[in-house]
Design a protein around this ligand. Structure first.
Ligand code: UDP
Length: 249
């Protein structure tokens, strides 16, 4: 059991990227049950306070690893440091690279706009030839309400027998969907990864490494998609300082 850091009610696993990758590969090899991973950032911390469903999803997650630089900063400032950021968009390539030199990996991609998953699959196959993409699905808007669609999707995913399912639907939709359906998924590892499929496809550009290092990836994303993201960022910018103040008290 890893050390956990409590932050805004979330219990974050204090693990380095290489430890998380090793743990995921162990779970893949064991194929015991469906385990899922969530990657909190500021948006999650804010939603977590008001969304009981998200809290439930977090309560059943096998791993909770820190995605956002602001969370790292606050954790350090409060004297509860976390060893390293483990964003979904870095975890996925790290996992693929490790699998490439070991046993290989079968992956299913769920989420992102139509055609993006296919492009991501082509890039994955080119960069990590031992990582096999066994299925791609871009569910339509509102699919989560459609029981018949979800049952068919679960069958499709299970029939493809992936080792890892990447779910990129944005928060909290991806966490709620995975929590709700984990009992029906015969997949050992599910990763809730936000825009990682877009990045793998080259559909969206990731912030340069130097910006990520100084903790400003969020600014790059806001500048890349201001119309989609400004509302989310404005809401979080208003609420997050209050959460930090409460946590500090
Ligand atoms: N998305 C989706 N279906 C939906 C809502 C979102 O496939 O109903 C995808 C969207 O196309 C994008 C990803 O979910 O690829 C969400 O990215 P976001 O920027 O919200 O994730 P973040 O990395 O910020 O958590």
């Amino acid at each position: 059991m890893s050390r956990q850091v409590s932050l805004f009610g979330m219990h974050i696993d204090a693990l380095r990227m290489d430890e998380v990758v090793a743990q995921l590969l162990t779970w893949v090899a064991a194929r015991e049950r469906c385990r899922y991973v969530v990657t909190p950032n500021v948006q999650h911390a804010v939603l977590f306070q008001e969304h009981a469903g998200l809290r439930q999803a977090y309560a059943h997650a096998a791993l909770i690893v820190p995605d956002g630089a602001p969370l790292m900063l606050v954790a350090r400032w409060l004297g509860r440091p976390l060893p390293e950021r483990v964003p979904g968009s870095d975890l996925v390539p790290a996992l693929f690279a490790a699998a490439q030199v070991r046993q290989g990996l079968k992956v299913y991609l769920m989420g992102a706009a139509t055609g993006v998953g296919q492009r991501a699959a082509e890039n994955i196959q080119r960069v990590w030839p031992r990582v096999e993409v066994v299925g791609v699905c871009s569910p339509p808007l509102g699919f989560e309400q459609d029981e018949a669609y979800n049952q068919a999707l679960l069958r499709q995913i299970n029939d493809a027998q992936p080792d890892v399912l990447l779910v990129g639907l944005g928060a909290p939709k991806q966490e709620l969907w995975v929590h709700h359906h984990s009992a029906g998924l015969r997949v050992p590892v599910v990763l809730c990864v936000g825009a990682a499929i877009d990045f793998l496809a080259g559909h969206k550009r990731r912030a340069p490494v130097w910006l990520r290092r100084i903790g400003l990836e969020w600014l790059f994303r806001l500048a890349s998609e201001p119309r989609r993201l400004w509302r989310r960022y404005a809401r979080d910018a208003c609420r997050f300082p209050l959460l930090v103040w409460r946590e500090w008290r």
